[in-house]
Design a protein around this ligand. Structure first.
Ligand code: ZN
Length: 94
């Protein structure tokens, strides 16, 4: 799983504008915001809040993937499967 800072989708989910076709996808991001609004709303700096939202979204996607039957069965069968959550910073390549 890899997210990235400065993500336009995450940025859009932080606002209230309708942006047409990707509204459906934005809805999932808004659910992530709703789950974590206490932590996110406590971050006063908008840029820091934006960065943290990107990170939390990756964490939630890792959970979602871990809950799938494919991954659950692999772990049940003691397969050596790992899920890694990453955030890529395009600005400096880290
Ligand atoms: Zn993006």
């Amino acid at each position: 799983m890899c997210g990235h800072y400065e993500c336009g989708g995450v940025k859009a989910a932080m606002g209230n504008q309708h942006i047409g076709l990707i509204d459906n996808w934005i809805r999932h991001l808004k659910d992530v915001y709703r789950l974590h609004h206490e932590e996110l709303d406590a971050i006063e700096d908008e840029d820091k809040r934006f960065k943290r939202f990107v990170e939390i979204n990756v964490i939630e996607q890792v959970w979602d993937l871990a809950k799938t039957s494919i991954v659950q069965n692999a772990w049940k069968n003691k397969q050596d499967l790992w899920i890694h959550g990453w955030v890529y910073a395009a600005c400096d390549g880290h």
